[in-house]
Design a binder for this molecule. Structure first.
Ligand code: ADP
Ligand code: MG
Length: 325
């Protein structure tokens, strides 16, 4: 079982940022409105995620860290509203680190803690805490030293973590995020209102106050696929593509087809060594897109890739054209 989990971990957990992504998504799925992230040693020594979500009942803690136990499966596999749905993340993380999961549901007298040490479970036992969940991961990859060798510097791992958090934060402006710890990438993002104004405020928190006045709003629809977001003007560009954000049905994705479409839209107005700053939200019938391609859940497969590409290229070009670029 531990070996199976370690193999699964090899696919789901590539680096500390993957752990942060999974744990933050769990907090979001639990309805948290506040998520605090603490890291040390680029997340290799410590990752702690504190949320004020629904919590896990004491009798479900050991299930939560067991393989393929998810509370999120619906009967329709295409209808994936929750971010997590495989029940793979916690057992995988527990098999390659020292994991502690503390949780308290609203009506419980106390919290409960379960520990998993390189796959060995211990607990649950009572612990004092407020409502919500604290997931703590220490010594990531200690039981798989070969993987540890592939880690980059603390600084590089820490910046990958902050990138993951910012990417997911744009999709959930009503959640307050903070990042602290000995890794020098601290930030705090207050919850904003909902709707497009709140969205723009959150985007400004991530991309800087100057983004909104250097971007053009996008809102287009084709054959049931809705595209909204903001396209930065060509003069507002960056040397790397870290400032391109794409979401499919609210889920952050890094997808080659989407990147290619963005690149194509700007091809005539931006030199090839620069990258436009873009935030795109695609919303479509879940039946028309598969987000289950890879366990890390970053790739998507559209039923009609040509439609999506055409929509993105057309909408961005039109926006740039309207503003006289
Ligand atoms: P998945 O998210 O795919 O269901 P995970 O291994 O990430 O699988 O989590 C297993 C289960 O543990 C979840 O289905 C959920 O019931 C519970 N869980 C994990 N993290 C939290 C959290 N922060 N708050 C509430 N429940 C959680
Ligand atoms: Mg999960």
């Amino acid at each position: 079982e531990t070996i199976i989990n370690q193999i699964a971990a090899g696919e789901v957990i590539e680096r500390p940022a993957s752990v942060v992504k999974e744990l933050v998504e769990n907090a979001i799925d639990a309805g948290a409105t506040r998520i605090d992230i603490v890291t040390a040693g680029g997340g290799k020594n410590l990752i702690r995620i504190i949320d004020n979500g629904s919590g896990i009942p004491a009798d479900e803690l050991s299930l939560a860290v067991s393989r393929h136990c998810t509370s999120k499966l619906t009967d329709n596999v295409h209808d994936i509203r929750a971010l997590g749905f495989r029940g793979e993340a916690l057992p995988s993380i527990g098999s390659i680190s020292r994991l502690s999961l503390k949780s308290r549901v609203a009506d419980a007298d106390s919290g409960f803690e379960i520990a998993v040490n390189g796959g060995r479970m211990d607990g649950p036992r009572p612990t004092g805490m407020n409502g919500g969940t604290i997931a703590e991961v220490r010594d990531l990859f200690f039981s798989t030293p070969a993987r540890l060798k592939f880690m980059k510097t603390d600084r590089a791992e820490a910046s990958a973590i902050s990138d993951v958090v910012k990417r997911v934060a744009i999709a959930f402006p009503h959640i307050r995020f903070s990042m602290t710890g000995s890794d020098r990438t601290p930030f705090e993002m207050a919850a904003t209102g909902v709707g497009s104004e709140g969205m723009l405020e959150r985007i400004s928190q991530v991309l800087g106050k100057e983004f909104p006045e250097n971007a053009i709003g996008i809102d287009a629809m084709r054959d049931g696929v809705r595209l909204s977001g903001f396209a930065g003007i060509p003069a507002f560009n960056r040397a790397n593509s870290l400032h391109q954000f794409a979401y499919v049905n609210g889920r952050p994705v890094r997808d080659k087809q989407i990147w290619g479409a963005i690149r194509g839209a700007y091809a005539d107005v931006m030199s090839r060594d620069r990258h436009p700053v873009v935030v795109l939200f695609l919303n479509l019938d879940p039946e028309l897109v598969d987000v289950n391609v890879h366990p890390a859940k970053a790739d998507v497969r559209f039923r009609d890739p040509g439609l999506v590409r055409g929509l993105i290229v057309g909408a961005i070009r039109e926006a740039l054209g309207q503003s006289g670029i």
